[in-house]
Write a protein that binds this ligand. Structure first.
Ligand code: AMP
Length: 283
C-alpha cells in the first residue's frame, strides 16, 4: 500500500501524535529521495524495529556546495512512494524548502573535527548542512529510533556524535551498505553514470576489497594501504580520485599504523559525478 505523503510540519506531528496514542514506537528514515534498495533496507529495518516508519524525502539545500548538483539532483516522488510502500513505510514527509528553512532561518549545527577530513575536506559546509537538517527532522518527528546507512560512514559518525553531545533522546542505528551484484554501493547518484562509467565504477569496491585482503595478509602501514587504493583508481579509465584515506574508526582522525578498527574510505569522480564508499578494517 503506498503510504500517505504529507508536506507540512503540522501534518507530520499530527500523524506521530496519533501513532503514539495507539502505543506505537516511531522510526525515522531521513533521505533525499531518488530511492533505491539501500533506502529500502533502512525502511525494512525501521519497520522491523519500530511500529510506525516515517520516511522523509527532502533534498536539503544547505548541504550542497555552490557548484554541486542541488538543482539536478533526481526527484522521483511517485516511484519513491511505491518503493517504500512495498517495504512497509507508514508515512512520507516530503516538505518544500520553505517549510524547513522559512525566511529568517539563522541557526546551524556544527560538529567539530569529525567533519574536517574525508568528505568534509572536499565539501566545505556539507556536514553543517547535514547536522542542521537532521536535528531539525529529529525535532519535527521526535522518533524513538532513527536509521542511517553505513554507506555514508562519516555522516553516521557525525550524527551519532551530535546526538550524544546535544542530549538528543533518540537512538541512532546504522544499517549495512547495500550493493549492486558487482559490488558498487547503491547510490542515487549512480543514475548519472553513462554505461562505460557505470562499468568502471566498480573500482571503489575493488580497491576497498584489495585493502581488506592486504590487511588480512598482515599489512599495517596506512600509507601503503592508501597507495593501493590510489593505484587502483589511477589505472581505471575515466576515474579521478578525490581522496583515499584510512582513519581511526571512531574519531575519523588520520592514523599511520593500523592498530585498532579503522575506516577505509574513498571518493572518486567520474566526470562530474562523485561516488563514495567505505569499509571497516579490523587488524
Ligand atoms: P541519501 O538519500 O543519499 O541522503 O541517503 C539517505 C540514507 O540512506 C542515508 O542514511 C544513507 O546512508 C542511506 N543509504 C544510501 N545509500 C545506501 C546504501 N547503498 N546502503 C545502505 N544505506 C544507504
Amino acid at each position: 500500500m503506498p503510504p500517505p505523503i504529507v508536506a507540512t510540519i503540522a501534518e507530520v506531528r499530527a500523524a506521530v501524535a496519533e501513532a503514539r496514542r495507539a502505543g506505537k514506537k516511531v522510526g525515522l528514515v531521513p533521505t533525499m529521495g531518488a530511492l533505491h534498495a539501500g533506502h529500502a533496507s533502512l525502511v525494512r529495518t525501521a519497520r522491523m524495529k519500530t511500529d510506525f516508519a516515517i520516511v522523509t524525502i527532502f533534498v536539503n539545500p544547505t548541504q550542497f556546495g555552490p557548484n554541486e548538483d542541488y538543482n539536478r539532483y533526481p526527484r522521483t516522488l511517485e516511484a519513491d512512494r511505491d518503493l517504500v510502500g512495498a517495504v512497509g513505510a507508514d508515512l512520507i514527509f516530503a516538505p518544500l524548502p520553505a517549510e524547513i528553512y522559512p525566511d529568517g532561518h539563522r541557526t546551524f549545527v556544527e560538529v567539530t573535527e569529525l567533519g574536517d577530513h574525508l568528505c568534509g575536506a572536499s565539501r566545505p559546509g556539507h556536514f553543517r548542512g547535514v547536522a542542521t537538517v537532521v536535528l531539525k527532522l529529529f525535532n519535527i518527528v521526535q522518533p524513538d529510533v532513527a536509521f542511517f546507512g553505513q554507506k555514508d560512514a562519516q555522516q553516521a559518525a557525525i550524527i551519532q556524535q551530535m546526538t550524544r553531545d546535544l542530549d538528543v533522546p533518540i537512538r541512532v542505528e546504522i544499517v549495512p551498505t547495500v550493493r549492486e551484484p558487482d559490488g558498487l554501493a547503491m547510490s542515487s547518484r549512480n543514475r548519472y553514470l553513462d554505461p562505460t562509467q557505470r562499468r568502471h565504477a566498480t573500482v571503489l569496491f575493488r580497491a576497498l576489497e584489495k585493502v581488506k585482503s592486504q590487511v588480512a595478509a598482515g599489512e599495517r602501514d596506512v600509507a601503503k594501504l592508501e597507495a593501493i587504493i590510489s593505484q587502483e583508481v589511477a589505472s581505471t579509465p575515466g576515474a579521478r580520485l578525490d581522496y583515499a584515506r584510512i582513519v581511526d574508526g571512531v574519531t575519523l582522525q588520520p592514523i599511520n599504523t593500523l592498530q585498532r578498527p579503522a575506516l577505509a574510505a574513498l571518493a572518486v569522480f567520474f566526470g562530474t559525478t562523485r561516488l563514495i564508499d567505505n569499509v571497516t578494517l579490523s587488524p
